[in-house]
Design a binder for this molecule. Structure first.
Ligand SMILES: C[S@@+](CC[C@H](N)C(=O)[O-])C[C@H]1O[C@@H](n2cnc3c(N)ncnc32)[C@H](O)[C@@H]1O
Length: 225
């Protein structure tokens, strides 16, 4: 009985102190919404372009939210990626987040899009950020152009035609190395292709988690060792 009371008292104290901390003026929101902090001048310069592209080119170009860009960067750093493949370049916003990680890991990005106008904008953005040397852009229908890929993939990011995700997965999963990851965007129930969801949740080769489901929805599937 005494132990039970002590546990309850402990929980009450913890709850009260958390509440007090959460209500301190200016602290909690700022902590949880803290921005990416540049570690080097290279990061600072890439982040500057990311901020500008996010502000000026978001409309009409279907780029990922900032929180998803940060997630892409974090996973890429975490797996020490040397080879990132992205389907759906748009104006290069998510690609810039990948490059933020790849500058640190010494890796490269190969990114595919079918749209000439957006690809030209992406090229200019990669140049402005000083990352053009680690980016290969491929213009055309990615269902065809990905067939040229041969090297092991550390991170595969799907963010193009949603009905095409399953085809991209079937073509490229064999190239994803053990411990590599497949990330797919727009994975909320109303946006995702059910055939793709089934493919990444019923394959015992993969461990899939879903993140940011209250926003755009992102799946992360780790290819097991
Ligand atoms: C959602 S946007 C990509 C956004 C980008 N990942 C970002 O966050 O900055 C989708 C892109 O996929 C491209 N796309 C659609 N179908 C395609 C296909 N079959 N092959 C290549 N690109 C395609 C579109 O042109 C568009 O630029």
């Amino acid at each position: 009985m005494r132990v039970g009371l002590a546990v309850v008292a402990g929980l009450v104290v913890a709850a009260v102190s958390t509440l007090a901390w959460a209500q301190r003026p200016g602290s909690p929101r700022a902590v949880f919404e803290a921005k990416t902090l540049p570690k080097t001048d290279v990061e600072k310069s890439i982040l500057g372009v990311i901020e500008r592209v996010g502000r000026e080119q978001r409309a009409g170009n279907m780029i990922v939210p900032e929180e998803d860009g940060r997630l892409l960067r974090a996973w890429t750093e975490a797996v020490g990626a040397k080879n990132v493949v992205e389907i759906g370049t748009s104006v290069g916003y998510s690609g810039l987040w990948f490059c933020l990680a790849l500058k640190g890991t010494g890796g490269k990005l190969t990114t595919f899009d079918i749209d000439e106008r957006r690809s030209a904008m992406a090229k200019a953005n990669f140049e402005a950020a000083g990352v053009a040397d680690i980016v290969t852009m491929v213009l055309g229908d990615a269902h065809e152009t990905v067939k040229q890929l041969k090297d092991p993939i550390d991170v595969l990011f799907l963010d193009a035609d949603k009905a095409g995700y399953l085809d991209y997965l079937q073509k490229l999963l064999p190239l994803v190395r053990p411990g590599g990851i497949v990330i797919a965007h727009n994975m909320t129930p109303n946006m995702a292709d059910p055939r793709f969801v089934e493919a990444i949740t019923t394959n015992p080769e993969l461990e899939t988690v879903f993140l940011h489901m209250d926003a755009s929805g992102v799946s992360v599937s780790v290819k097991k060792h």
